[in-house]
Design a protein around this ligand. Sequence first.
Ligand code: ASP
Length: 323
Amino acid sequence: MKWVLVLHGGAGGITRADLTAEQDQAYRAALALAAGAGGAILERGGTAVAAVETAICVLEDDPLFNAGRGAVFTADGRNELDAAIMDGATLNAGAVAGITRTRNPISLARTVMERSPHVMLIGERAEDFAVTQGLERVAPEYFFTERRWTALAAHLKREGLPMPARLVHGIQDPRARLAHDEGKHGTVGAVARDGDGNIAAGTSTGGITGKQWGRVGDSPIIGAGTYASNAACAVSATGAGEYFIRLSVARTIGAMVEMTGLPLQAAVDTVVQGQLTTLGGHGGVIALTADGGYAWSFNTTGMYRAAIASDRPLTVAIYKDEP
Ligand code: ASP
């Protein structure tokens, strides 16, 4: 085995009854495309960090997922994006939160990691940095989809909150119409092991529909939604961020592997099926160790996920009963 790449596209209430055949196929094709793009980087001898960034960019650009284009809306009708990436070889990390105008937040996170002395940048000033680094900038409506706007309206109605004025016009991307249960999931993440035996993790999200007051979830928080160390493992999480932050989910899994020698599958299950479930949080993780072993665990009915390795064909899965 030379390399491995594992992806997720969010966890939630996803059963066979929830998805049409067309939606099922669209998600599987999107995950396969992202896995292929990241896998090609690794096959050419690229780094785990580069593969994670590339695979996540493909998912950010796809309106099916709650990351980049197609992200969910805040209560005041904006798309505020969060992302993080971590290099398990060096423990270097980069993260951004509250991004509204940088096309690929995961690339900005990587740029923070590699070209700034900091780990985490937020909001407008983070986008000022993006401009100085030549990252692609888009108008806020680039992220807008009708599908997510409708989900916001439904959420605010349930909560008895007022609907904000519409700031921008929605795109009519034919793929956006295939997005399933637009309000709740679709965060994306990747973990990879490259030919040099180094691992990396990355996560990108729009957060949760109707989030308020500059809310930031677990995805860009190193140790909560994203973590990587060659000595431990690489982890990317998805689910109710507030719970993942409280439990430092990603680093807790890493610490178990690193310090107790627990097998990876046991570690992810202990945290997700045990601690997270006990606390009342929903979601899941993908994880991978430097020897190339990988695992996932989720306490929801489904999680969009895929795995590919130099010596193993692509597998894509959505529902709980799939291997
Ligand atoms: N974890 C993300 C957040 O709380 C959302 C998700 O994964 O669905 O921002």
